[in-house]
Structures are given as C-alpha cells and as structure tokens.
Design a protein around this ligand. Sequence first.
Ligand SMILES: Nc1ncnc2c1ncn2[C@@H]1O[C@H](COP(=O)(O)OP(=O)(O)OP(=O)(O)O)[C@@H](O)[C@H]1O
Ligand SMILES: [Mg+2]
Length: 214
Amino acid sequence: MNPALEIRDLSFGYRRGGEDLFGGLSHTFAAGAVTALTGASGRGKSTLLYMLGLMLTPTAGAVILDGKDVGAASDADRSRIRARQLGFVFQDAALDPTRTVLDSVLEPSLYAGIPRAVAECHARARLEDLGLSARADHRPGEISGGQAQRVAICRALVNDPVVVLADEPTGNLDRGNAEIVLSALRGATGQGRTVVIATHDPFVIAHTDHEVAL
Ligand SMILES: Nc1ncnc2c1ncn2[C@@H]1O[C@H](COP(=O)(O)OP(=O)(O)OP(=O)(O)O)[C@@H](O)[C@H]1O
Ligand SMILES: [Mg+2]
C-alpha cells in the first residue's frame, strides 16, 4: 500500500498579512490515479504544487505523506523526502543547459545517495521508456521542446518516487507531444503512485481521473 498524500486545512500567503491562498483547503490525492490541479492564472496552482513538493512551507495546515505532517518537517528531512519519494516536473522542463540529458536524468539519484553506475543504469532505462536513448549525450539546446519535457519526466521518475508532481507539463507542446507526456505520467500511476498535474489545458483535464479546482 502506497502512502497517501493529503493536505489538511492548508493556507499560504507569500507575505505576512497579505492575501491568503487556499483558505483552509483539504484534499486526499488518490494513489494510482492522476489528479488535475486547475484554476485561473494566479490562483495558486504552482504554489500548491511547491507545497506538495516540500519546496514551500504552509502558513497554516498540514501536508501529510504516509501519515506524517511532512510540510513542517526539518529542512534535512524535507530534502531527504524530496530526493527519495517525490518527483517534480518544473514548468518548461527547466533543464540545466550545461549538462547532458543523461546527467540531468541521473542527478536526482546522486542526491539520493545512489552510486553513479546504478543511477546511470536507471536513467538509461527511463530514457529508453520515453524514446530518448539516442539523445542521452545531447544538451538541452540540442533537443526539441517536447523532448526536453520528456527528459524532465524521466528525471522526475528516475528514483521511482511514490508521488509525481508536474507543473503545466504540456504547456508549450503540440497535441502529439502532449499525448506522449500525458501517457508517460499516466504510466507513472502504475504501482499505486500518486500523480498531480497543475494545468489549465482542457485536453489534459479530460485525461485525468480527478480534479481539484482552486
Ligand atoms: N514569490 C512570490 N512572491 C509573492 N507573490 C507570489 C510569488 N509567487 C507567486 N506569487 C503570487 O501568488 C499567486 C499564485 O501564484 P501561482 O504561481 O501559484 O499561480 P498559478 O495558479 O500557478 O498561475 P499560472 O496559471 O499563471 O501559472 C499569484 O497572485 C502570484 O502573483
Ligand atoms: Mg503556475
């Protein structure tokens, strides 16, 4: 049984006394399913994803993974959980331009303390799954936007995380590439993984199992 990801009475404000996003939102994200986070631009989709990804700390409420409030854990614990249990796909892929595709994909494994030879093996397997083996030695400037987004997904999946969080992963893609990216994220729900996608794209929303409208 995979750990459930849950938010309880969650609120967040970027500035003390400023506007409060979410206002006490509670939700349990289904394991083995894809959930869309939707809402108008500026409503807080990325912010919520950053809290689920333990990159921002809630102002109030809890982020619960496997029964523990990880939202309030120490920096060291959050880093460890991020490295081992969470995979994050940033908007527009956000790949390091100086690294090869292979190095970008295996980097999270090195953070998680996995030996390089093992990490490389996992990374090559993910690249193979997404049809990117021939691009392993390329740099981000030498691949297409759709390929870059697929590389970002390989990177998010390389440590076999229990939770995958993706911020507008199909934002700048044509329909064909959007379908490839979506099916990779759908594939990631195997073994009970929880997948959460922030999106405003009706095509993506139509292909998810649940929707949390902010
Ligand atoms: N670092 C920051 N400091 C202060 N305010 C911020 C910061 N980042 C975002 N905001 C504000 O918080 C609100 C939510 O932003 P967020 O990026 O989460 O929205 P979003 O739903 O992802 O929007 P989009 O669909 O445009 O990506 C917005 O009003 C934004 O201006
Ligand atoms: Mg956003």
